[in-house]
Design a protein around this ligand. Structure first.
Ligand SMILES: Cc1cc2nc3c(=O)[nH]c(=O)nc-3n(C[C@H](O)[C@H](O)[C@H](O)COP(=O)(O)OP(=O)(O)OC[C@H]3O[C@@H](n4cnc5c(N)ncnc54)[C@H](O)[C@@H]3O)c2cc1C
Length: 446
């Protein structure tokens, strides 16, 4: 599998992975195909995931700029077409309590507001006619051990008091009776405003909107070399060169090694793995009291997440391999199935039908950053969603569009500083390996 820390390109025109989404979404919508002729454009966007497509859509609809999107493989071939489809009001991994301590209440509120705007923006774009199999609203943050219940209680107090958020604390028996008899749950905090979607159909919907507004989306057109000529950016694809005044770098966890010096060594791509089981029978659903299609994630440092899909399969996810060369090892999918069965012992004979993985993008300081990659601000990026980018990437696309048009950004750490560099960047994977071991101990014992 493509490994962003080792490979110079994610490929050209590679097919989608064998995911449940690729098998259950119908035909991909039309795009503009391979770029075959040289062009001179105001704005080029590298990467056709949520970030790039949202930037293209907002540039066209709010600024009248028809951007050129260059995608190495297929639309949403990266994370956007292979995620779990949890639309949450969050991004990054930094808890609000920490933001409050580090930055003060006003900044914490500002970040919350941006995350809220991301969720609202997804809803608003879906309302324009995107069919993405939206499921019932609700997100259950499950305490994976009794000692996590006070943490959820403190989180509920902060969210209710500071933001008036709609959250509900649930005991283990509430969870078991009203939602799902998850043997690993010790209670949950329920957020009312999240929901599940088919992520690939959502991305395709964004592409239709962006193209409908005048953007071009060229697939199978990787940027292989990047040079500058004065203030012009020269992007070399296999068959043609693009000269652009501004470039939006929307490659997140799929950013190849040495694509642009401004983002080099500032992210850590980490594999997240998903399995989708065979459909559950009525008896199996009853045995687990799996009443809900709300999205579920636990409180572990190394999180597991799941949801019931519209055809009664369970999508279950967690961490995957460390390197791209080990990504296809069936051990990781099998391990997820075993963890699923700890939650639902009645499903001991259940098998999985689909398994795949993708590169989430970790930031050293656990928050996404939208910033300039060069001295003039001709190249801008938004990256580092830390595995939670479904809604914020769309807000980031709007902010990126504003930024290339010279509009100011909110005075928040998300927008006012570059992604911090990883110290000892060549050893990032060693650090990740160490964190996985620490996480395992923490999740079990502390
Ligand atoms: C298994 C998994 C589960 C996840 N689940 C959730 C979830 O439930 N909820 C949530 O909020 N987030 C989730 N995420 C994270 C979320 O999917 C991402 O944050 C989001 O999709 C990032 O979108 P993006 O557009 O920034 O990047 P991507 O969708 O990764 O797009 C980047 C694109 O850039 C292209 N590219 C790279 N290099 C080049 C080049 N040189 N030239 C041209 N194109 C290039 C790639 O081919 C790719 O298509 C999950 C991620 C994974 C992997």
């Amino acid at each position: 599998m493509y490994d962003p820390l080792h490979d110079r390109s994610p490929g050209q025109g590679e097919p989608y992975p064998d995911s449940y989404w690729a098998a259950h979404s119908g035909a991909a919508p039309a795009d503009d195909g391979v770029l075959t002729q040289g062009l001179d454009v105001d704005v080029a966007i590298v990467g056709a995931g949520y970030t790039g497509l949202s930037a293209a859509y907002h540039l066209a609809t709010e600024h009248g700029v028809k951007a050129l999107v260059l995608e190495a493989n297929q639309t949403a071939w990266g994370c956007s077409g292979r995620n779990a489809g949890f639309v949450l009001k969050s991004s990054g991994r930094k808890p609000y309590a920490q933001m409050q301590k580090q930055w003060g209440e006003a900044v914490m509120r500002g970040v919350y507001h941006e995350f809220q705007s991301g969720l609202d923006r997804v809803r608003q774009l879906i309302s324009l006619g995107i069919d993405c199999d939206q499921q019932e609203p609700g997100y259950l943050r499950m305490a994976h051990k009794a000692s996590m219940v006070p943490t959820l209680e403190a989180q509920a107090r902060l969210l209710e008091k500071t933001f008036g958020a709609e959250v509900e604390l649930l005991s283990r028996s509430d969870v078991h009776q009203r939602y799902v008899a998850d043997e690993q749950s010790f209670g949950a905090l329920r957020f009312a405003d999240a929901f599940g979607v088919n992520p690939l159909k959502l991305a395709w919907g964004y592409q239709r909107l962006a193209r409908g507004a005048g953007a071009k989306v060229h697939t199978a057109s990787p940027v292989l070399q990047w040079q500058t000529d004065g203030r012009m950016q020269l992007l070399q694809t296999p068959q043609a060169q693009v000269r652009a005044r501004k470039v939006i770098l929307a490659t997140n966890g799929y950013t190849p090694k040495q694509l642009h010096p401004g983002v080099q060594a500032r992210t850590l791509p980490v594999l997240s793995q998903i399995i989708v089981t065979e459909p559950l029978s009525a008896e199996q659903l009853a045995a687990c009291n799996l009443l809900t299609s709300q999205v579920v994630m636990d409180t572990r440092a190394l999180k597991y997440y799941y949801r019931k899909l519209p055809d009664n399969r369970i999508l279950f996810g967690g961490r995957g391999a460390i390197t791209g060369s080990d990504a296809e090892n069936p051990y990781y999918a099998q391990r997820l199935l075993e963890v699923l069965k700890l939650s639902f012992p009645a499903l001991r004979t259940l098998k999985y039908d689909y398994q795949w993985s993708g590169w989430i993008c970790m930031a050293l300081d656990d928050i996404p950053h939208l910033y300039q990659a060069d001295a003039h601000g001709d190249v801008v990026y938004s990256m580092g969603y830390c595995g939670s980018g479904l809604s914020f990437s769309v807000q980031a696309g709007k902010r990126l569009a504003d930024k290339v048009m010279g509009l100011p950004q909110p005075d928040l750490p998300l927008y006012q500083s570059a992604l911090p560099k990883f110290p000892l960047a060549p050893l990032r994977r060693v650090g990740q390996w160490g964190y996985f071991h620490y996480g395992k101990l923490k999740d079990q014992w502390w």
